[in-house]
Design a protein around this ligand. Structure first.
Ligand code: FES
Ligand code: FE2
Length: 401
């Protein structure tokens, strides 16, 4: 089949045009075509999103039997359910009859999982229970026609899932240390705690997140490839003095630090109060602002008395949705809630400031006048790590295709 062959060769050529071996001082960014090429986008969905642990729910959404949350990984519908036994389970949210989504709300409480199409029902544990008008169907094994399970794992306040091992694969042995799983894929992401690494888990544990409670979710839409948003996040504060004047007034730009881990990057800055812009200064206090990014698409932003997380979801080659969850120490007291809301509004202002620059970058990436750029050694080590990890996943997947 010559045409697919040509396409694969072209894909490999695009991937290998990135010099992954160059140290930061010599590095170029990933090529502009990675942000605009449909084949790269399709490969990313499979190799980067379906192939990694993805945040799918917060634990606070799943307190008690029957609570459920729906999500999507690489376009595939997922549902996480708290069973009658209080155990959390993940399933492909795909009816075994004719593939409709069984649960259609973002979250809720149910005593069984009923498909809206022809009324098939599943228990909270995923077993097929009800099949209206299905008498006389031969060789139909009800017991093996439950919802296909998805591997899930929890960390701190969150549930992560990964779908690339396919339906019905039992959870990975946590002691597994081999570098390849039985699909020949990199097992770097298995299990979740190995992927996170003790460096990151120890740092986040020290923040005592149990003292913070979820208050609000906001969704932002960006007219850019998902990597433009991540690059913007990982530029070590480079754009802050120019684009975010309010935020810049509370950060000590010259002391901004970038620390790379294996699969994560911490950017942090001392917080200053002298000269702080009033509204930002009122809600960004304490010693340090911490910005954690976990490959490929999850961020934890932590300040004294406030935290928000960002989940970056590709919705098309140049469409990105970012889900923000905001957490605070007190989310019940009315006065505190007002203060919290002021903090959320500051976050909103910063996102609004980023929306137009991301769109501008995406347009520029398509220009014949741009192919790659250079990276600031002082600022952009996190972006370099991102590009490197991305290259590793894409080149491996392309070599296997
Ligand atoms: S597709 Fe679910 S019952 Fe038919
Ligand atoms: Fe920004």
């Amino acid at each position: 089949m010559p045409v697919p062959h040509l396409r694969v060769n072209k894909l490999r050529e695009i991937i290998e045009s990135y010099d992954h071996a160059a140290p930061l001082e010599n590095a170029q960014t990933i090529p502009a075509s990675w942000y605009t090429d449909e084949q790269i986008y399709a490969l990313e969905l499979e190799a980067v999103f379906a192939g990694s642990w993805q945040l799918v729910a917060r634990l606070d959404q799943l307190q008690g039997p029957g609570r459920y949350v729906t999500a999507e990984i690489a376009g595939e519908p997922i549902v996480i359910v708290c069973g009658s036994d209080n155990v959390l389970r993940g399933f492909f949210n795909v009816c075994r009859h004719h593939a409709a989504a069984v649960m259609t709300e973002l979250e809720g409480t149910a005593n069984q999982l009923r498909c809206p199409y022809h009324g098939w029902t599943y228990s909270l544990e995923g077993e097929l229970k009800g099949t209206p008008d299905f008498g006389g169907v031969c060789d139909f094994d009800r017991a093996s026609t439950g919802l296909h399970p998805v591997e899930i794992a929890s960390w701190e306040k969150w549930i992560f899932a990964r779908i690339d091992r396919g339906p019905g694969v039992p959870p990975v042995n946590p002691d597994q240390t081999t570098p390849q799983d039985n699909h020949g894929r990199d097992a770097r992401v298995t299990p979740l705690e190995n992927f996170l690494g003790t460096d990151l888990t120890t740092q986040i544990k020290a923040l005592a997140l149990n003292g913070l409670h979820w208050m609000e979710r906001r969704r932002y839409s960006f007219d850019c490839n998902w990597k433009v948003f991540v690059d913007n996040y990982l530029d070590g504060g480079y754009h802050v003095p120019y684009l975010h004047k309010g935020l810049n007034s509370v950060l000590d730009y010259s002391k901004y630090m970038i620390e790379n881990g294996e699969n994560f990057c911490l950017q942090w800055s001392p917080i200053v109060s002298i000269g702080a812009e009033t509204e930002t200064g009122a809600v960004r206090k304490g010693d340090r602002a911490l910005y954690y990014w976990l490959y490929p698409n999850f961020m934890i932003n932590h300040y004294d008395g406030a935290m928000d997380t960002n989940l970056v979801i590709p919705r098309g080659i140049n469409k990105t949705e970012v889900i923000f969850d905001f957490y605070f120490p007190d989310v019940t007291d009315a006065a505190e809630r007002n203060r919290n809301r002021a903090s959320i509004e500051i976050g909103q202002r910063i996102q609004d400031e980023d929306v137009s620059i991301c769109k501008s970058v995406q347009r520029g990436l398509k220009s014949r006048a741009y192919s790659t750029g250079r990276l600031s050694v002082r600022r952009e080590a996190g972006e370099h790590l991102f590009h490197h990890l991305l290259y590793t996943d894409l080149s491996k997947a392309a070599a296997n295709s």
